[in-house]
Write a protein that binds this ligand. Structure first.
Ligand SMILES: NC(=O)c1ccc[n+]([C@@H]2O[C@H](COP(=O)([O-])OP(=O)(O)OC[C@H]3O[C@@H](n4cnc5c(N)ncnc54)[C@H](O)[C@@H]3O)[C@@H](O)[C@H]2O)c1
Ligand SMILES: O=C(O)C(=O)C[C@]1(C(=O)O)C=C[C@@H](O)C=C1
Length: 308
């Protein structure tokens, strides 16, 4: 069992990647798409992100068996609400939002007559918009599906198989647990990157040109993350407020402990902490999640697709 008609609402990094991945890995399916922004629709058609880029969302979903909302977390309710009548009754509704509890509630409220099974592919880059997508984005990456209790099992299985066909490894989780895990593995790191890059550019005694000139190592990695889409990340922090604040509190306490170790010259505490974190990095690489893998593609890949 698979979906043969899929509609994508929002044709940026995620929507575009899903459209391209469907055409590559699920060629028997037909994919329609819509984006609120006319320039994005035009570019999506030029890049053939879908078989048909529609002029309205209603047209895009009219014959869909699966609708995937790929809009910023704060826009999901607004994008879904007007489609209550237009989405066929048997159609499964899903999304790719980076936080789950709030988005699941927004979608369920906007589409009370439909089966909604939220999902989150843990795969992305700092780029956004219709030029950012690429078909291999989900290969070997996790997709976390957060089914509501007592959901339709056939639809859940079909959604899991859909993501596996696009190359992802699927894990099921409650939305609450998802939000806690992602708060520490994704949301907090972005907050730290946004902060440190802002701090470096606001310094009085170190000039901006020095920051740019000497940002060869660690800082450069932070600038990549801090270049991520402002709309999306504003919405992520507002929609996962509680879990992020919990993790931030914990992080602040741990940072204060390291601050104290530096102040009192406790080298052993610093060495122990850095030894522990080095082992974590090495175990991530052993699990195959090495970011030097060619399919991490990211900026290089985007440059290539822009030229073609
Ligand atoms: N960027 C990442 O790394 C990443 C990774 C995993 C999940 N996500 C999630 O994917 C979703 C989309 O993110 P993205 O990176 O593709 O963003 P993006 O900015 O590249 O694309 C979002 C698109 O949605 C469109 N849009 C906004 N409101 C709309 C509406 N009401 N109707 C139709 N289109 C609308 C925008 O015009 C834009 O083209 C977000 O919910 C985000 O949390 C992002
Ligand atoms: O690699 C990156 O650039 C990302 O930020 C991707 C990333 C992440 O934090 O891992 C960002 C947001 C998501 O919801 C999923 C993936």
């Amino acid at each position: 069992m698979t979906f043969s008609q899929i509609a994508i609402i929002g044709l940026g990094l995620q929507g575009g990647s899903i459209g391209l991945a469907i055409q590559e890995y699920l060629p028997e399916a037909r994919v329609t798409g819509y984006d609120l922004d006319p320039a994005t629709r035009a570019r999506a058609a030029e890049r053939s992100l879908c078989h048909t880029v529609c002029a309205t969302a209603e047209e895009a979903v009219a014959e869909a068996e699966l609708v995937i909302f790929c809009v910023p977390p704060g826009a999901i309710g607004k994008a879904a609400r007007p489609l209550r009548e237009a989405i066929p009754p048997e159609c499964l509704v899903s999304d790719v939002g980076s936080s789950k509890k709030r988005i699941a509630a927004d979608l369920a409220q906007a589409l009370p007559d439909h089966i909604v099974i939220p999902a989150h592919p843990v795969a992305g880059t700092e780029n956004s918009g219709p030029d950012a997508g690429f078909a291999s984005l989900f290969q070997g990456r996790w997709c976390i599906v957060t089914p509501p209790e007592h959901t339709d099992l056939l639809k859940l299985t079909t959604l899991v198989e859909f993501w596996e066909t696009l190359g992802a490894n699927v894990e099921l989780m409650s939305p609450e647990h998802h939000d806690l895990v992602l708060a520490v593995t994704s949301h907090l790191p972005h907050l730290i990157a946004y902060t440190i890059v802002g701090t470096a550019s606001d310094l009085e005694d170190v000039t901006q040109s020095e920051v740019i000139k000497y940002s060869a190592g660690g800082f450069r990695d932070f600038t990549r993350i801090a270049a991520s889409d402002p709309t999306m990340w504003r919405d992520v922090f507002l929609s996962n407020k509680e879990a992020v604040l919990t993790m931030l509190q914990r992080f602040t306490e741990d940072l204060t402990a390291l601050q104290r170790a530096i102040r009192v010259g406790d080298g052993e505490a610093l060495f122990d902490q850095f030894t522990r974190t080095r082992a974590i990095r090495r175990s991530i690489i052993e699990e195959g999640q090495d970011d030097s893998r060619p399919d991490f593609g990211r900026s290089d890949h985007v440059k290539k697709t822009k030229k073609s």
